[in-house]
Write a protein that binds this ligand. Structure first.
Ligand code: SF4
Length: 65
């Protein structure tokens, strides 16, 4: 007898987050929310590099709806 298992939970990712910014369609893009990662284009720039874990443990993740 087969038992239906729940599908594995999808890990959250910057790619699904509304705070990811992609000026000029840049890949993988930048974060417009976090300030604890390096600035994208130098001091004072509002965008920051995405975290090394791709957002998997980010507390600011917000999925596009
Ligand atoms: S770092 Fe966090 S807030 Fe920024 S794009 Fe990734 S998941 Fe979203």
């Amino acid at each position: 007898m087969l038992i239906d298992a729940d599908p594995p939970a999808m890990a959250q990712s910057c790619k699904d987050c509304r705070h990811r910014a992609r000026p000029g369609h840049a890949e993988p893009g930048y974060c417009a929310m976090r300030i604890d990662t390096p600035h994208a284009y130098g001091p004072g720039h509002p965008l920051h590099l995405l975290p090394e874990d791709g957002g998997a443990s980010c507390e600011h993740f917000e999925e596009w709806t």
